[in-house]
Design a protein around this ligand. Structure first.
Ligand SMILES: *Cc1c(COP(=O)(O)O)cnc(C)c1O
Length: 647
């Protein structure tokens, strides 16, 4: 799908730029989009009369309406300029945001003017096709078979996760439904309820085919969880890492599966799911006879960017099938780091061998010599993605596409029939037709996905990005490598940085070493302070001074985000961080929470070492100012306390 010769792609030419350096081109293309659309209107049935005449336009209320339109836009613009977050600038390093691709912004605006609704193809003859293509691009990147798989755009990762669980729920209940259906039950004759709840995903998909042959699929489908509800049977536990995004709690609630049925898997010292403990949890559930609905692996956790061992989950499932006749659905939540799968693929979409990959990175200048990425286990994790049943990925995060663009990819498109409100056969047929881009057909996405009406403009934005920036190491690979490189350099600088001396108080700064992706967690530390509580207050205040909370987003010198690494979410793993920072173990055990500054380093602007050095020099000065401000505040408080006391 991505058979472009892209070796000449220039990363700086992809974005408007922090100083709007590509302003002339961007304006030209924006004007082109608008002009084309206006021509499209005026050329439509030229024989039709104009609706508005010159005389109409001079009417006082007519002119007044236009003035007011302008006035409202003035207001909006000034609101946006004064309080929006300058994501385009490398001074912003916080949430998973950066500048967005010019091509996507333009494609969005261009398509938006036609106002396509991707709920049904009759309302979006162009952009429904683009959505299917963009979905297949992502399936292709993950290594799913293009003829077998299916992907589409969602409003974000949250809804993609809902949909993954929705499919898993209905799939888990299908064998039970078959066993209750007179004309179909012979397909599963002699199976116990336990066996019915533990069929491998592939076996259930085969059953769908069998049911279709019997012409009973639609009847049986109404006996699954979607028809009878989930209360009659326990479909089992959802295993998600402690580090999960909270969308999983919402998903269990909304789908009626119950948050009580979440089993949280502990993480290890690298903040990934602890594989050993995952195995123990799974085996103990098997022992108790408790079915497992699904296991979720996270590729790029929201707080530390940790990449779970997907291969271990896949291997564990195989082991369970072979040893115990137990199986479960596997979903990967790669909302954050999913696009990084592009970094492992060559121009022919082949997954590159590890040594050859590192060699190409350095040979082609994708990474500088001093940055080695990825770790071998991270590499293996991405390689195993094609064995997951479904994957969530967010184009609006590391795809550099404007909101709201999430996506879900499913390994086997037959699974969609379990959530679809189509007559079952139509759908398969439809995708075939899509491959041929048959625009005559009316695809109703809205009846096979979570959402209904939705912007076709989003599909245009994602599609356009994938055409310009291929999903391989020379396309997205180059863009992502810029952020990963900068993150690596940042950590190195932070950990080498000498102490700040502020009014006789000494502060150091240090970062959690060795992240899996480009999320860095760092904190300031006052030397000689034994209290973790005080330390947390210090970093919380620094966050406030470096965020919109300071009330001057636009004029602020540096903007970041923050999080608390708590016992509840991470067990005692943050203890290592506390020890590195010279806190006693008992401080951690008492406070059970470490407040850190958190930055997804996505900027493409600092991939040149010299630029980075300059940036770092300025950032150090900013940090010093922020610390000074904080110390001044504390002095003021102490001073007024003193005055109160002496009164
Ligand atoms: C961001 C994120 C989500 C939620 O995605 P939205 O696009 O915000 O709905 C889910 N899981 C992970 C791991 C995420 O990072």
């Amino acid at each position: 799908m991505n058979n472009f010769n892209n070796s000449k792609m220039n990363v700086d030419a992809l974005f408007l730029g922090p100083k709007s350096e590509n302003a002339v081109f961007f304006k030209e293309m924006m004007e082109y989009s608008v002009t084309e659309h206006m021509h499209w209107r005026s050329s439509y049935h030229p024989e039709d009369p104009d609706h508005i005449t010159t005389v109409d336009r001079y009417a006082p209320e007519y002119r007044d309406t236009l003035y007011r339109t302008e006035g409202i836009l003035n207001q909006l613009s000034s609101k946006l300029k004064s309080t929006s977050v300058p994501w385009f600038s490398p001074r912003y390093m916080g949430h998973m945001n950066a500048d967005t691709l010019m091509v996507s912004n333009l494609a969005y605006v261009m398509a938006m003017m036609y106002n396509p609704n991707n709920c049904a193809q009759e309302s979006s003859p162009t952009t429904t096709v683009l959505e299917i293509e963009a979905g297949l691009d992502l399936c292709n990147m993950f290594g799913y078979s293009v003829n077998q798989s299916w992907g589409h755009i969602t409003s974000g990762g949250t809804v993609a996760n809902y949909e993954g669980l929705w499919v898993a729920r209905n799939l888990k209940s299908l064998p039970i439904a078959i066993a209750q259906h007179e004309k179909s039950q012979h397909l599963l004759i002699g199976k116990s309820e336990k066996e019915l709840l533990n069929l491998p995903v592939a076996a259930v998909l085969e059953l769908i085919d069998e049911l279709k042959k019997l012409n009973t699929f639609e009847e049986v489908r109404e006996l699954t969880a979607r028809g009878t509800g989930v209360s009659l049977h326990t479909l089992g536990k959802l295993l998600v890492p402690q580090s999960k995004h909270y969308s999983w709690m919402k998903a269990m609630d909304i789908l009626g599966l119950g948050q009580q049925n979440i089993v949280q898997l502990p993480v290890d010292t690298s903040y990934r799911t602890d594989v050993q403990k995952m195995r123990e949890t799974v085996f103990s559930l098997i022992e108790q006879g408790e079915p497992i609905l699904a296991v979720v692996a996270v590729v790029g956790t929201t707080e530390t960017g940790a990449i779970d061992d997907v291969k271990a989950v896949i291997d564990l499932r195989r082991e369970c099938e072979e040893q115990y006749g137990v199986s479960f659905y596997v979903h990967v939540d790669a909302a954050y780091a999913g696009y990084a799968c592009a970094m492992f693929r060559d121009e022919d979409n082949q997954f590159i061998e590890y040594d050859a990959l590192i060699h190409r990175y350095h040979q082609e200048g994708i990474f500088p010599q001093d940055v080695i990425w990825p770790k071998l286990d991270v590499y293996e994790s991405f390689k195993a993605l094609n064995q997951a049943d479904s994957i969530t990925v967010d184009p609006h995060k590391v795809g550099f596409i404007p909101y709201g663009a999430g996506a879900i990819c499913m390994k086997d498109k037959r699974i969609v029939d379990l959530i679809s409100y189509h007559a079952a056969y139509v759908f398969e047929d439809v995708q075939e037709k899509h491959h041929k881009l048959d625009k005559q057909h009316n695809v109703i996405l809205g009846s096979s996905i979570m959402e209904g009406s939705k912007a076709g403009a989003t599909a245009a934005a994602v599609w356009a990005a994938h055409r310009l920036v291929p999903l391989n190491l020379l396309g997205y690979g180059k863009v992502l490598a810029a952020g990963i490189t900068t993150a690596n350099w940042m950590i190195e600088k932070i950990n080498q940085c000498k102490a700040f001396n502020i009014d006789g108080r000494k502060f150091t700064i240090f970062a959690m070493p060795d992240p899996d992706f480009h999320m860095i967690n760092f904190m300031f530390r006052e030397l000689g302070n034994p209290s973790l509580e005080k330390q947390n207050r210090l970093n919380k205040r620094l966050y406030e001074l470096c965020s919109y909370a300071a009330g001057r987003t636009y004029s602020n010198d540096f903007l970041t985000s923050s999080t608390s690494l708590t016992y509840e979410e991470y067990g005692d793993n943050p203890l290592n961080l506390c020890r590195d920072a010279n806190f006693t173990d008992s401080e951690w055990h008492n406070v059970q929470s470490v407040y850190v500054l958190r930055a997804a380093v996505m900027t493409h602007c600092l991939r040149d070492k010299q630029h980075f050095e300059n940036y770092w020099g300025a950032l150090i000065a900013t940090f010093e100012e922020k610390l000074q401000q904080l110390v001044d505040e504390e002095n003021k408080i102490n001073h007024s306390n003193y005055k109160l006391a002496s009164n």
